[in-house]
Design a protein around this ligand. Structure first.
Ligand code: NAP
Length: 391
């Protein structure tokens, strides 16, 4: 029979000492001492039977004695109660620009957010309502439902390898938000034991483009490996629901498909933004709508780290081809321009009787072949030969 036996309350200048003697069985007695600062309210709450009583002390004092005697499955009960609430404990690994941006939405939707990063973001985490952990061991011992990798693409592998995953619950869900997808999928499959679930995702927006809400913004996901148990399926859906609830356009596709599309869209976008940034464009009084679009593009892409851009190039096998296509397209465009100029000059010099070099240059396709079929331009020597023959 468990019974409450005594409480002693003693105040000193800086703290209040409370000693409770709690008989956890007729045979054993546990003494607990709590040192509490003065500003705490002096009221005891014992919320596990039979301590269903409140003891009013001279000053109001609130104690949460988490290590007090509890039923043996107390933690399991708490976990169950929490999971039934439909809320997740999400640990964000990499609490930089994008990690903080996502944390705000998670917290707004009532999820518990833990954070860890190479740098100290403890005060930012606190201001957002998240708990910052300097040590990943401590974080993993909190048994988050989801580990969300949000580090730079290039550091992801070393960060994943450094996590003490043996401290996690066996079927923890691993999610990533990297801007490339085949790479994290492969390293998850390589380093995580088969009892962990894997969900690869890419929100197709960032702190700049998503600052006014996520309505209709695309969210790509690939359920790479989710266990069949109801609770695991539900957990993955609950995570995806966060983005659905914000109004995202949910797009399920394989990581390989994502990388093919993203190289032709996202990588090109970032590359153009960075090229334009190098031109140091000025805003003028006579900006056209088109020019404003370019300035916005620079703003949208330049605020991302170079690591991110480099990751798009380095860890997407389709990116190199896109860079070559850009090169070819620029060359083809210059040739078209210079061809016109050349024609005008020749007409002035030789009159109309000469064969127009434009005819020669017209052999260059005005547009590149569609993605996946790289342009084979008329070779330089071929073009030059014809032009020389005309001379
Ligand atoms: P980022 O430069 O790609 O990544 C910065 C994060 O990586 C920070 O948390 C940083 O930690 C961590 N990091 C960098 N080098 C590290 C290292 N050697 N060891 C450990 N951690 C390291 O910028 P981001 O915008 O925050 O992006 C984070 C992830 O989200 C990237 O994978 C990116 O592809 C993806 N993503 C970004 C956007 C976006 O618009 N920004 C959109 C979708 C997806 P510290 O800050 O502690 O140094």
């Amino acid at each position: 029979m468990i019974s409450f036996s005594s409480i002693q309350h003693r105040s000193t200048q800086n703290s209040t000492t409370i000693t409770t003697a709690v008989a956890s069985s007729s045979a054993s007695t546990t003494n607990r001492t709590f040192l509490l600062p003065h500003h705490h309210t002096h009221k005891f709450y014992f919320n596990s039977p039979p301590f269903f009583q409140t003891v009013d002390l001279p000053r109001r004092l609130c104690i949460r004695a988490i290590d007090a005697a509890q039923p043996y499955d107390y933690e399991a009960q708490l976990v169950n109660r929490f999971s039934q609430s439909g809320k997740l404990k999400i640990a964000i690994i990499g609490f930089g620009n994008f990690g903080q941006f996502l944390a705000k939405a998670f917290i707004r939707q009532g999820h518990i957010v833990f954070a860890h990063s190479r740098s100290d973001y403890s005060s930012i985490a606190q201001s957002l309502g998240a708990t910052f952990f300097f040590d990943t061991h401590d974080l993993c011992e909190e048994h988050p439902d989801v580990i969300l990798l949000c580090t730079s693409i290039i550091s992801t592998e070393s960060v994943l390898k450094s996590l003490p995953i043996q401290r996690l619950r066996r079927n923890t869900l691993f999610v990533d938000v990297l801007s490339v997808k085949e790479f994290p999928k492969n390293i998850f499959l390589q380093y995580l034991p088969s009892h962990f679930d894997i969900l690869c995702t890419h929100p197709m927006f960032g702190p700049e483009s998503g600052k006014n809400g996520w309505q209709n913004l695309a969210f790509v996901f690939d359920k790479v490996r989710i266990g069949n148990e109801e609770s695991r399926l539900t957990r993955a859906e609950t995570f995806l629901d966060i983005f659905k609830n914000e109004g995202c356009r949910m797009v399920e596709m394989t990581c390989a498909e994502h990388d093919k599309y993203a190289a032709g869209s996202q990588f090109i976008t970032h590359t153009m933004g960075r090229i334009l940034e190098k031109l140091q464009l000025d805003s003028t009084q006579i900006n056209t709508k088109g020019y404003e679009t370019l300035l916005n593009l620079v703003e949208n892409t330049a605020s991302d780290s170079f690591d991110l851009y480099y990751g798009l190039f380095m860890y997407n096998k389709n990116a190199m081809e896109q860079l070559e296509r850009l090169d070819l397209a620029f060359e083809a465009l210059k040739k078209e321009l210079f061809g016109h100029l050349h024609e005008v000059l020749r007409k002035q010099l030789f009159g109309k009787s000469e064969e127009s070099p434009r005819l020669v240059l017209a052999k260059l396709p005005s547009k590149l072949a569609k993605n996946g079929t790289p342009l084979l331009p008329v070779s330089k020597s071929e073009t030059e030969t014809v032009v020389n023959n005309n001379n």
